[in-house]
Design a protein around this ligand. Sequence first.
Ligand code: 6PG
Length: 242
Amino acid sequence: MPGAVSPPVLTVERDAEGVAYAAAHAFWQSIDAALTERPTFRVALAGGHTPAGMYHELVRQRPTGDVWKRLQFFFGDERAVGPEHPDSNYRMAKAAIFDHAPISSSQIHRIPGELRPLDEAARAYEKTLAGEPLDLVLLGVGADGHTASLFPDSPTLVEKSRWVLPATAPPGNAVRERLTITLPCIASAREAWFLVTGSEKARVVARVHKAGDDPPLPAALVRATRVVWFLDRAAAAGVVSP
Ligand code: 6PG
């Protein structure tokens, strides 16, 4: 991780279920601590498949409780589709969390992927974020090193001020047109957590953590006050000796 402010924290669990449990447990611990100092906790959810296990675990660990009412849910990225589309990150989070937790729609701030032109959708979401730092950004990593919808060689990687931009995924991705938070947005957050599992991610995890990698992969460019990697043994094979 070239130039990281403080080295990322790596935690390794036996398997994907272990990662889901550990990340959910850490989530509630982090919130309990934060809410002694602040009225609300603003979290940006990750899309893709990996985080779904953690989202289910969040509800299993705290099925009820007033703590849910103090959460504000945002998203790190969204495909340029509506909320009902099978590839919508919001739809995945709704099925895993929102439909099973005691929260109101006013606590959920989805990215309007159906809006056109996409730059207007991006600017609308920037207004929703209102320049207030997120407490936690949840992220995944693609096999190509992308995170959120920040893809290798993308102009979004050099953005220095906008917090939300349109993006285009390389061919072969579910929905190519995207909206994503940017590196400055993530850098303003208190914490950024990566959830990465499976042997197919071992190579990219190793490369992200290889000092001096040039050019650094998007996931290696992520900065926040604290960065944590929740890995299973398979994904950590290249960074942690057995
Ligand atoms: C998305 C995600 C994306 C995801 C990675 C990893 O919208 O797809 O934001 O960045 O986290 O592609 O996806 P998996 O967890 O499915 O491997």
